[in-house]
Design a protein around this ligand. Structure first.
Ligand code: GUN
Length: 293
C-alpha cells in the first residue's frame, strides 16, 4: 500500500505558484487576487475559508475576505458580487457553500462572471468542462486529478466507481475520469443513495472515489485487492482530545481498507490540501489570462 500524499503534492504546487508570482512581480504584472465571500458563521465554512486565505498569502497572492451576515438579503449579496465582477484587480471570486436557506445558490453562482468563477460552478464553466474545453475545473475534482497525475497513476481502461453525485465532486470527477487523457480513460460508474448493488459495483472497481459524506462508509469487504481509493470525506466529529475540539473522518474505513489498496489517500492530508492547491491554480490561471489581454 502506498499513500497518495496530498500534503506533499499540494506543497509542491504552492511552491511552484509562489515562484511564478515572483516572476509576475518582476515583469511588473498583476498578482493573483482571490476574493472569498463567507456568509454567517458556520464553523466548517469558517475553517475552510481561513485555510484558503492562508494558502493565498503563502503563495504570494492577494486575498480579500468578505463577510456577509447570515440574514443578508439576496439583493445585497448580488450587489457584492457585481462589485467584485467589476473590479479589474480581482481575478477569482469564491462563494463558500452552503448558503443560508433564503439565498438561492443558483442565482448567486450564476451572478459570478464565468472568467472569475475559480470554483468552476458557473453553468458556462460546467458546460465547457463537460465538452472537454479548457476552463476552471471545480477545485476538489481538479485536485484529485492533479494528485493522480503527480503520482503518475495510469488510469487507462480502469473501472472507476464514484460514490456520490454532488455538483461539487461526484458529477464532475465522473466526467473528468471518463475523458480521453491521463488521468482519465476510465470506465465510470456513478453510484448514489438509490444505487441497488453498491457493494458489488465497488468490489469490481479498480478506482473508488468516495464522496458521499458518511464516515467509514467504504468497508474492507467492498474493496478489491490492489484498488486505488480516493477518500473525499471530511466529516467533523467532536473530539475533546484535539486542540480544535473535533476530528475529521473520511468516507473510507482506512484502518481496515488501506492494506488492500495499491494506493490510498489519508484523511486528513489527502484530498483536502489538494482542493486548496487546485483553487490557487485556477486563480493563478485567471490572473494570467487577464495579464495577457
Ligand atoms: N463547500 C464545500 N466544498 C466547496 C468548494 O469546493 N467550494 C466552495 N465555494 N464551497 C464549498
Amino acid at each position: 500500500m502506498q499513500i497518495l500524499d496530498g500534503k506533499i503534492c499540494a506543497q509542491a504546487i504552492k511552491d511552484e505558484l509562489k515562484l511564478a508570482v515572483v516572476q509576475l512581480i518582476a515583469e511588473g504584472k498583476k498578482v493573483p487576487h482571490l476574493a472569498a465571500i463567507l456568509v454567517g458563521n458556520n464553523g466548517a465554512s469558517e475553517t475552510y475559508v481561513a485555510a484558503k486565505v492562508k494558502a493565498c498569502e503563502e503563495a504570494g497572492f492577494i486575498s480579500t475576505l468578505i463577510r456577509l451576515e447570515e440574514t443578508v438579503s439576496e439583493e445585497k449579496f448580488l450587489t457584492a458580487i457585481t462589485t467584485l465582477n467589476n473590479d479589474s484587480n480581482v481575478h477569482g471570486i469564491l462563494v463558500q457553500l452552503p448558503l443560508p436557506k433564503h439565498i438561492s445558490e443558483e442565482k448567486i453562482i450564476n451572478a459570478i462572471h464565468p472568467e472569475k468563477d475559480v470554483d468552476g460552478f458557473h453553468p458556462v464553466n460546467v458546460g465547457k468542462m463537460v465538452q472537454g474545453v479548457p476552463t476552471f475545473i471545480p477545485a476538489t475534482p481538479y485536485g484529485i486529478m492533479l494528485l493522480l497525475d503527480h503520482y503518475k497513476i495510469n488510469t487507462k481502461g480502469l473501472h472507476a466507481v464514484v460514490i456520490g453525485r454532488s455538483n461539487i465532486v461526484g458529477r464532475p470527477i465522473s466526467i473528468l475520469l471518463s475523458e480521453n487523457k491521463n488521468p482519465g480513460n476510465c470506465t465510470v460508474t456513478l453510484c448514489h443513495s438509490q444505487t441497488k448493488n453498491m457493494a458489488d459495483l465497488c468490489r469490481d472497481a479498480d478506482i473508488i472515489i468516495a464522496a458521499l459524506g458518511k464516515p467509514a462508509f467504504v468497508k474492507a469487504d467492498m474493496v478489491k485487492q490492489g484498488a486505488i481509493v480516493v477518500d473525499v470525506g471530511i466529516t467533523r466529529v467532536v473530539d475533546a482530545s484535539k486542540k480544535s475540539g473535533y476530528k475529521l473522518l473520511g468516507d473510507v474505513d482506512f484502518e481496515n481498507v488501506s492494506s488492500l489498496c495499491s494506493w490510498i489517500t489519508p484523511v486528513p492530508g489527502g484530498v483536502g490540501p489538494m482542493t486548496i492547491a487546485a483553487l490557487l491554480k485556477n486563480t493563478f490561471q485567471s490572473c494570467k489570462q487577464k495579464n495577457e489581454i
